[in-house]
Design a binder for this molecule. Structure first.
Ligand code: AMP
Ligand code: MG
Length: 417
């Protein structure tokens, strides 16, 4: 899949790909989405993988829009300031407890909002517009035929399309499905993700640190990133920098996973074993090395329906690359469009990129500038080993190689999950 042979740099490694090219390769090799059937109670936020047609009409029966009296229009057509009309109240229709009889000439039935309109009645007069005395109502105000009725089927008919495939199940949409008795829906499945962090220097939170060791922060950060992107983390494993071990752990992790995310071990050092392990396990590379800062060593590959990503080990590079490549893929697999989640903002000051790679520059969104558009403040700390620069950032902007953004210029901000 790695298209035509690429030029190599002076050290014999492939020249990094333009970011756009890496993105297009991913887009051209998106894995298939999977579906599952869920009870409505657990489907909030999921995306429908089926069309939903109404199994019944709404409203199911004609009912009252007001608390008042159901009556026959022809009995009260003449009501007005000078014509007092009196009707006999012969019963009540409550919500859930309909009146069993029929409304005859000169009769009215007390009715509640949502209650079934009894046979014979065709109009409702609100309680505020009548005088009641013993079992009689009097009205003086003019009445319109059919007023305050909600007619059976006026919202939709049985068989009408209620929700298209691709609709996100928002609270109102869940309410709509419940209102017509649909209790199970076919939705896109949450992608299952295995996270493998490589590095013989890494220790877990509970482990004591020996000399030269550092704490593994990527596995927690990436797992939280996957969860915030709607994915399901099925495994987290720490892998020492050993070729055989890396290949073996990949085999152990991939069986249940739709996505395998490696961190570290993907660069050009002698202890970087992720790419060979992927190749040995028959993954087809999509790209390796991208013309970006941070994140040049980024690796992506695919085996059948399964994707593998090799993120650089530097925490900042890992999270920026996760946001640029993996977050959109996780959203896509859940039924959303494949694309970046961005907001438009205005640069608070001029920034330049003298490098020959695109700079994914961490920024902070601050307040509102002109016309309510948020302002972008580039963060001064951009070192890819400094997690603090990430904790203050809302996302990043893409500054093309050799490019710049002037103060006041509009830019797209790629938002972190
Ligand atoms: P690598 O991409 O494996 O060369 O790692 C680049 C840098 O990121 C090194 O300084 C590693 O120690 C650091 N690093 C790698 N993995 C992690 C991790 N899981 N947590 C924190 N730092 C890491
Ligand atoms: Mg490493």
């Amino acid at each position: 899949m790695e298209a035509n042979a690429r030029r190599t740099d002076s050290a014999g490694f492939p020249e990094p790909l333009p970011l756009e090219e890496a993105w297009q390769r991913l887009k051209a090799h998106l894995p298939p989405r999977r579906v599952e059937v869920l009870p409505l109670e657990t489907a909030a936020g999921r995306v429908l993988a089926e069309e939903i047609h109404a199994p019944e009409a709404s409203p199911r029966f004609t009912n009252s829009a007001m608390d008042g009296y159901a009556l026959r229009y022809e009995d009260v057509a003449g009501a007005g300031p000078d014509a007092l009309i009196t009707l006999a109240v012969v019963g009540e229709s409550q919500a859930g407890l309909p009146f069993s009889g029929k409304v005859g000439p000169g009769e009215a039935v007390r009715i509640s909002t949502g209650a079934m309109v009894p046979e014979g009645a065709d109009t409702v007069v609100p309680v505020e517009e009548v005088e009641v005395e013993e079992s009689q109502v009097r009205l003086r105000a003019p009445v319109r035929r059919h007023q305050h009725l909600r007619f059976a089927g006026e919202e939709f008919k049985a068989g009408d399309l209620l929700l298209a495939s691709g609709a996100e199940l928002t609270p109102p949409r869940l309410g709509l499905l419940a209102s017509v008795g649909i209790g199970r829906v076919t939705v896109f499945r949450k992608p299952r993700v295995a996270i493998l962090v490589t590095g013989s220097e890494l220790a877990g939170l509970a482990q004591p640190l020996s000399e030269g060791q550092i704490r593994d922060s990527n596995s927690l950060m990436l797992a939280a990133g996957v969860q915030r992107s709607g994915g399901e983390v099925i495994r987290i494993d720490r892998v020492p920098d050993d070729p055989a071990e890396t290949a073996k752990r990949l085999q152990g992790a991939e069986t249940q996973a739709d996505l395998v995310i490696f961190s570290g071990g993907v660069s050009v050092g002698p202890h970087d074993h992720v790419k060979p392990a992927a190749l040995a396990n028959h993954y087809q590379p999509l790209f390796w090395r991208v013309r970006i800062k941070p994140g040049k060593p980024m690796f992506a590959a695919r085996k059948e329906a399964r994707m593998l990503f090799g993120l650089p080990g530097n925490p900042v590079s890992a999270y920026v690359c996760f946001t640029y490549f993996i977050y959109p893929l996780l959203r896509y697999l859940q039924g959303f469009e494949f694309g970046h989640r961005t907001v438009q903002a205005v640069a608070a000051r001029r920034v330049e990129n003298p490098l020959s790679r695109d700079h994914l520059m961490r920024i902070q969104l601050s307040g509102k500038g002109e016309h309510g558009v948020p302002r972008v403040e580039p963060l001064s700390r951009q070192g890819s080993h400094m997690l603090t620069s990430l904790t203050q950032a809302d996302g990043f902007i893409r500054l093309p190689a050799g490019g710049r953004v002037e103060a006041g210029q509009e830019v797209s901000v790629y938002l972190f999950p």
